[in-house]
Design a protein around this ligand. Structure first.
Ligand code: 3H9
Length: 698
């Protein structure tokens, strides 16, 4: 193993090169190597030191894998302070992503140079933390409180040019970072440039700390770490540097002990683990350059937009030239959003809409597509017809995908003579915005077809989760269950508004009834009709108030009314006064005497229903691991990231207590509150969902 920090003395300049792939995380050996390198440079009579990273990046931060374990000396803040205290001139030469502790090291060096593509930031809030290695003390001294708080509380990455404009770095230069750093250090020595210590800059000017803290807390929807950045920066203004550092350390340690930190770090590793499946090891995806999309409604157009943005050429098939033009209009509308946000330029917009996109009404034009995604009406007979046609025209080896959100992909695949080439690619609406992609594996889906789905998802910038075939796959199946729990609570006495409020204060961006209004109440109506037609379980509870709303033409936001009234705009919702009388009528018809629910009980039942069904989904192998469920709910269903996902939440909440509650509620409704066998097994064995994740990782 090479040294974590390679030392090379070139004349009177020492070069410290980090060699800790893949991202030069600041693990123990790297921290020790930095201290040793600085000391050696001082001993060997160097006049300057250049710090840079080997491979793809400067340090991308503290080693997250060390979090939760006993910290080992030297601690990162001490390393930072030791670097800054050196009498030599220390230069950081940055490339890749200088993040978190990485940027804190850079802030502790006396000069900073970066390549034009370098990005930097303090993303600790995304891990439930604050910068804990002097970043909250040095950054505001260097760039001012407002700008420092913007960078820290959002965790956003700053490009090299912006960093230069902010005064965060001193110079941008293209080329190899080590070479640039050496030349810069040479120049600084020759010019007799002074050693500059950010900690010695005057304390930054104060702001209204309490108001800022409250505003940031509110924006975080219950997430605490961004608001705690404000308190740490307050320390930078009010305390001497060393005391400010101690204050930062105290806050950092407190946050390290929180469930929010655990939840967010779980999310970080889970979203990277979802694509790592043993069945994909060594399997080459099929090449995909040209895709076709069948159906140009909101979903099909969103998929086409996402594919175009990923550099694929797209053929859009619609039923008529008019419908095709409408689809093109939708795609152009989506792309103009990307144009406005600077993701593409005008020339790119024109190339994507005029050259990369082809419209057709003929299946024959799909013959050259490498992958075809169907996004037509959600009806088995329609899907089968489409797949039979695709079977006739698609070239051999083309991947045939259905965007169905709950239908049986095995049955769809059986409509073709090549079921091995068929899989489900379940995008979430709007597909050019939502990051989640469920990749549904049917019985006969070939491994390289699955690999192709994952490769496509990666190209499109999606977080792809493998799912097995069942009604609703991972996400919609679990959603249907916890929505039912909410519907039961409404029949028993809660209101949609109380339920939404309880879940929003838990951290969901929107409660389930506000979400239903956004998605369109007609969707749930169609599902209920289908389920009733298939025959409900004799003990299943049903209700009619939502159907009555739909019958009156209230489909939610798109018609201006649903559970809420949107007369004052989509963000200014107020309860629709027609709803409660409908609910009360339902209760009366079923002979139910409504009772009061506390917010805590609402949350407990809703979450228990979610966890119980999720345990079934994992137990049946529909999701390979608990973390696949967590990522699905985080990316597709607005689950608060700082809670890690439903099964991480369940582990932290305690599985035995949840199972006890489920068993107790089974006394009132044995059909709905059947404990999932996997939940019972885990409790009996004293294990957690995280244990299953670890076992799967081997
Ligand atoms: C911090 O610094 C706290 C300090 O303020 C105070 C301390 C006292 N540690 O994402 P990728 C792994 S908090 C350990 O697929 P990309 C990652 O798991 C930290 N491992 O690549 C993956 O492993 P595997 C602040 C890390 O090119 C592999 O590297 N820093 C770390 O798409 C490749 O990662 C951050 O929050 C880490 N810090 O993106 C930065 N980072 O191959 C977090 C990555 O086994 N990291 N790994 O799955 C990132 O944002 C992205 O990884 C990065 C590269 C942009 C760097």
């Amino acid at each position: 193993m090479p040294d974590a920090i390679a030392y090379d003395l070139q004349g009177d300049i020492a070069i410290l090169k980090a060699q800790n792939p893949p991202v030069n995380a600041l693990g123990h050996a790297v921290r020790q190597g930095l201290i040793d390198g600085i000391e050696r440079a001082e001993r060997e009579g160097a006049r300057a030191v250049v710090i840079h990273g080997d491979g793809s990046t400067y340090f991308a931060g503290a080693d997250i894998r060390e979090f939760g374990k006993p910290p080992q000396e030297p601690h990162l803040p001490d390393v930072c302070n030791r670097i800054e205290a050196s009498p030599l001139i220390v230069v950081s030469a940055m490339h890749g992503t200088a993040l978190g502790g990485g940027l804190e090291i850079a802030l502790s060096t006396h000069y900073r140079i970066a390549v034009p593509s370098a990005r930097m930031g303090l993303p600790e809030v995304h891990l439930g933390l604050i910068p804990g290695a002097t970043g909250t003390q040095r950054l505001p001294r260097l760039i001012g409180v407002d700008k420092a708080l913007d960078v820290m509380t959002t965790g956003r990455q700053v490009g090299a040019q912006e960093a230069l404009d902010l005064g965060l770095i001193d110079r941008i230069e293209d080329g190899a970072p080590g070479v640039n750093g050496l030349a810069y250090a040479r120049q600084l020595i020759d010019e007799g440039a002074p050693r500059r210590a950010v900690s010695e800059l005057p304390a930054p000017a104060p702001i209204d700390w309490d108001a800022t803290y409250e505003a940031v807390l509110k924006r975080g929807r219950g997430q605490i770490s961004p608001a705690m950045c404000v308190r740490a920066v307050q320390g930078a203004c009010e305390l001497p540097f060393a005391e400010g550092v101690a204050n930062e350390r105290r806050i950092f340690r407190e946050l390290m002990d929180t469930d929010q930190r655990q939840g967010m770090i779980h999310a970080f590793f889970a979203e990277r683990a979802v694509g790592k499946l043993p069945e994909l090891k060594g399997v080459e995806p099929r090449p995909v350059a040209a895709i076709a999309v069948i159906g140009g409604g909101t979903m099909g157009s969103g998929i086409a937009t996402s594919a175009l943005m990923a550099g694929l050429s797209v053929t859009m098939l619609e039923m008529s030239p008019e419908a095709a033009e409408k689809a093109k209009g939708r795609i152009a509308g989506n792309l103009s959003g990307a144009l406005k946000r600077g993701k593409i330029d005008q020339a790119g917009f024109e190339r994507l809409t005029e050259q990369a996109l082809t419209l057709t009404t003929s299946y024959d034009d799909l013959a050259e597509a490498d992958l075809i995604i169907e996004a037509v009406f959600e009806e088995m007979s329609v899907k089968k017809e489409v797949f039979a046609k695709l079977d006739a025209v698609a070239k051999p080896g083309a991947v045939l995908a259905s965007n169905t959100s709950y239908l049986d992909v095995d049955e769809i695949a059986a409509a073709t003579s090549r079921p091995g080439d068929v899989l489900g690619l379940h995008f979430f609406s709007p597909a050019h915005v939502m990051k989640l992609l469920e990749i549904v594996v049917a019985d006969k889906t070939a491994p390289d077809v699955l690999a192709t789905g994952f490769a496509l998802g990666k190209k499109m910038g999606k977080v792809s989760v493998r799912a097995g075939v069942c009604d609703g796959f991972i996400g919609n199946r679990i959603l249907s269950h916890y929505r039912t729990a909410a519907d039961h609570m409404i029949l028993d006495g809660a209101s949609p508004y109380q339920i939404d409020a309880a879940l929003e204060s838990f951290g969901f961006a929107m409660g389930p009834f506000a979400v239903a209004d956004l998605a369109g109440l007609d969707i749930g109506w169609a599902v209920r009709k289908r389920k009733r037609a298939e025959g409900l379980h004799p003990q299943a509870r049903d209700s009619s108030y939502a159907d009555t709303l739909c019958e009156a033409g209230h489909f939610g936001q798109k018609t201006g009314k649903g559970y809420y009234d949107y007369v004052a705009g989509p963000k200014a919702r107020v309860p629709n006064p027609e709803v409660m009388p409908l609910i009360e009528a339902d209760r009366a018809a079923q002979g139910i005497t409504p009772r009061d629910f506390t917010d805590a009980e609402i949350l407990r039942r809703y979450m228990a229903a979610m966890v119980n069904e999720a345990a079934r989904v994992v137990g049946e192998g529909i999701a390979r691991r608990p973390l696949d469920v967590d990522v699905t709910l985080l990316y597709g269903y607005g689950f608060p990231r700082y809670r890690g996902g439903p099964l991480k939440w369940a582990d932290m909440e305690g599985l035995p207590g949840l199972l006890d509650d489920i068993r107790a509620w089974a006394a009132e409704d044995a059909h709905f509150w059947q404990p999932a066998p996997l939940l019972e097994q885990l409790v009996a064995e004293g294990r957690s969902f995280e244990d299953l994740n670890k076992e799967a990782a081997g």
